[in-house]
Design a protein around this ligand. Structure first.
Ligand code: SF4
Length: 106
């Protein structure tokens, strides 16, 4: 059995998500409001080097002329809580999240 792609994991049912203790309002259905649901190309969401994450981050952060993703905070909190190793989540790529986690643990 192969591991699910990033795109498939974005479609996972909310019950499969381990949501962190967080001050972000918990909405178990947050993925239904994700802007990335319309962008299922893994090459966009799973960069192999930092420079390749620009387009995905622009979708998350509303830098393409539209609004930011309405569930960006939940998405980032979820990725941080499960120490997601790959892909762009919540407007941050894996390298940015790794630096953020490292800075928290000091
Ligand atoms: S913040 Fe980005 S990765 Fe997260 S749900 Fe929104 S569009 Fe998708």
């Amino acid at each position: 059995m192969t591991a699910p792609t990033i795109a498939q994991r974005r479609q996972q049912r909310p019950a499969q998500i381990n949501f962190p203790e967080s001050n972000i309002e918990h909405d178990p259905n947050w993925r239904t409001r994700a802007l990335c649901r319309d962008f299922v190309d893994d090459s966009v969401w799973c960069p192999e080097e930092p420079g390749q994450s620009r387009f995905a981050k622009a979708i998350c952060n509303g830098n393409l002329g539209g609004p930011a993703c309405p569930v960006r905070d939940q998405c980032l909190a979820s990725a941080l809580s499960r120490k997601e190793k790959f892909g762009v989540w919540g407007g941050m790529d894996q390298w940015e999240r790794a630096r953020l986690l490292a800075s928290r643990t000091g």
